[in-house]
Each structure stands twice: as C-alpha cells, then as structure tokens.
Ligand binder design. Sequence first.
Ligand code: HEM
Length: 250
Amino acid sequence: MIKYVVVLISVSLALWSGSEWMNFWISEPGDDQDLVLSKEELSLYNGEKDSKGLYLAILGQVFNVEKGRKHYGRAGGYRFFAGRDASRAFVTGDFTDSGLTDDVSDLSPSQIVALYDWLAFYQKDYTPVGKVIGRFYSEGGKPTDVLLQTETSLAQGLKLKGQAEKENKLYPACNSEWSADRGGRVWCSTKSGGVHRDWAGVPRMLFSPGSGHTRCVCVRLDDSGQSNNRNLQQYKGCPPQAESCPLNPD
Ligand code: HEM
C-alpha cells in the first residue's frame, strides 16, 4: 500500500511542477550542443511561418539565432542566412541564390580568416546547437577533409596576417592628399597608417614583389635595415630626410 502512495505522490508532483520537471526527461533540441542535423532538418529552422525556430550554420556549425530575430527573422535584412549554411556569403557579400552557398573552396587564405572571424562572432554571441551534415561534417558529426583543408587555409591566412601586421609596424603607411591646384603629396606623422609611435619617419616607396605594386611607407632614418632593403626607394625630387614629399605626375 505504501508503495502505491509513493508512486502516486511522485506522479502528482511531476504533473504539478509541469514542464520544468518533465524537461529533465525530454530535452529541448536547443539545449543540446551536439546535435547533428541534416540540411533538410536545418531548413526547418528558417524563421518562416510555421518554422521550428531560427538557426543558421557557418562552417558547418549550427547556432540558435533566435535572439537576433530582428536580423534573421522574416522581416530581417539578413533573413537569407537562416536555416542554411551560407558560409561563402559572409565574406563575399554575394547574397544571391548562387552566392548563398557553403562552398568556400576558392576563397583566399585571408578571406578564410575573415570567415573564421564570423564563426568566432557566433560562438561568442549565440548559442551553439550542433553540426550540419554535409561539406564540413560527416553523418557522425566528425570533421570532413574539406574542413581540414579549410583549416589549413586558415593557418596560412593567419601567418600572412601576422607578417602583414609585423610589416605594418615596421613600415607604417604614409598620410596622403591630393588637390587639383597643388597636386599630390605624401608625408609621415607619429600616427600615420594607424600606427601610434614615438617616431614619424620619412616617406619611401615600398615595392611588394607579390603584387607588383608600390605603396608609400614611413621609414625610420635610424633604421639601418632600410639601406639594405632593395624594395625601398626614395621619391624622386624629394630630399632623403624630408618628412613630406610631393608626388610628381610623371
Ligand atoms: C559581406 C558583407 C556583409 C555581411 C556578411 C553582413 C552581415 C551581417 C550580419 C550577419 C549581421 C547581424 C549580426 C548579428 O547577429 O548581430 C549584420 C548586422 C548589421 N550590418 Fe551587416 N553585413 C555586411 C555588410 C554590411 C554593410 C556594407 C553595412 C553598412 C553599409 C552593414 C550594416 C549592418 C548594420 C548596421 C548591422 C546591425 C543592424 C542592427 O543592429 O539593427 N552590413 N551584418
């Protein structure tokens, strides 16, 4: 008899305390960070009428973007990202049907870095749900070869970015201006190129062998390395110690 009373009390408690208690047994899909969804399942979370919720995927990782409904919901300016993985469009800005794809195979390493910046944004601001099966994750939720290749490209991009940042500190960009009556000029200051420093430097043309272009950079006069750097050249008609150089049209 006492057994029946205990069971009855437990069932009554369960019913009385409602969904919270029941949720212990029935987990909400949004609570699970390890869900593996098919593309079709993901598409049911596109925020349209009768949809199951609001999810998006980037690099195969699915996020619940319900709190950003104003962006991704039916009336949002970025609604085309909902219910799918449109990784490519995050860096190309091509929001047409053909642009909204997860094919990132021909993106450059620096574009892949930008794509991972978006992934970091969703990891920080939104709730992870799981993975979508396809280009980046297998049915078992394991990374595919495509994801591993994309990560290799990321590593290359980060290396290039590091080198560019190092070069930018060593040789910050010049200020420049142009006017119809006075023509153009370039000059250095302690903040030019967005690099705050205690030296201004003098303008030099830096040739980048990769791109074949030259750009104006500020070089320290006491930098002994600059005389050895064959990619650095003085501006024609500008004294070597001048902080400002006119640009001659020829
Ligand atoms: C590659 C191009 C672009 C992509 C992929 C992109 C993507 C996005 C995304 C995903 C959001 C929502 C972020 C969130 O969840 O909080 C957003 C917000 C926003 N974007 Fe863009 N965007 C792009 C270009 C632009 C441009 C060119 C502008 C301005 C001219 C712009 C202005 C904004 C503004 C103002 C918001 C915030 C809106 C608000 O808080 O109501 N975006 N963008």
